[in-house]
Design a protein around this ligand. Sequence first.
Ligand code: PHE
Length: 357
Amino acid sequence: MVRAAVPDSKSDTDVLTPRFSVRSRTMDVQALQADALAAVAAASSVEEIDAVRVEYLGRKSALKLALREVRDRETGMALNAARLALEEAVEARAAELARAELDRRLTEERVDVTLPVGTYRRGHLHLITQIRREVEDTFLGLGYRVVDGREVETTRYNFDALNFPPGHPARSPLHSLFLDDERVLRTETSPSQIRAMEAEQPPIYVVSLGRVYRRDTPDATHSPIFHQVEGLAVDEGITLADLTGTLDFLFRSLFGGERRTEFRTHYFPFTEPSIEAYVSCHVCDGDGCPVCRHSGWIEVGGAGMVDPALFEFVGYDPERYSGFAFGWGLERIAMLRHEFPDLRELWRNDLRFTRQF
Ligand code: PHE
């Protein structure tokens, strides 16, 4: 057994471990080492091994204090050997505990992908977007192309090119939203007819869908911003029968043939002859109610044969080509299809409503 010399100390309070006795001025290195190794083995967490390290190898540990005061070679070697052995044991145990800790966390914090989870509602496209895509798909299937229009139009495209006479009410700021004298928020998707025809030569089969703006007071069937689908077909030998056939096809694909449709003669500056399409009211089924203003029918949009004046505007030969055009309101289609009485519901963004579609 090696007896180590111990430093002089002023008082008993300097005694750090029972093995280090000021009174005896000696230290049982082997016993200290055995103690320390036992403590190392007993440490069961990273915190505990850190505490053991401080206690037995820290700056104020008995071993370090003894090393500082060592006077003879033999004691120095014994203390250093003990220090080395202890350091190794502490490091090994610390690494072991750290690994165990990591293992434990990996196990405990593992996500069990087989556990049932709470249900999340997935969002979905707004009803108008759904209908818009459906209409696009229907016409793509018929060989049409989908083209974009502009929401800010010039009065030239929104009115002049479409043959609106100078005093037409739609040209009034009471009916339309002007940005300045020459620019207006498009009141219909029809200007895209002109842009499509200017861009290429017949045959032309296009649809164009988007927002339009009118100075309308909102009510069950009106909104100052709504959506239209515009259709245009220009070719040789197109007749009114092609138009009504196409519209019948669209109605059947949208409403499944459950509702009656009716075409009435009408007037639009850019079609001749012009018709308006009506679908039997979904609320009263034609009997008359406030939603259809007691008529039994709801107007879904206009249509007609392209007026030759438009062909002249874009430089087509009106003797050679004929065409039809139509424009429907998507909100009205949505109402008629899902039988809700007020189109304002669509833009209230009440999830209880929009979620249903
Ligand atoms: N643009 C017309 C409207 O908004 C509808 C329409 C389009 C009529 C194409 C005829 C041809 O009421």
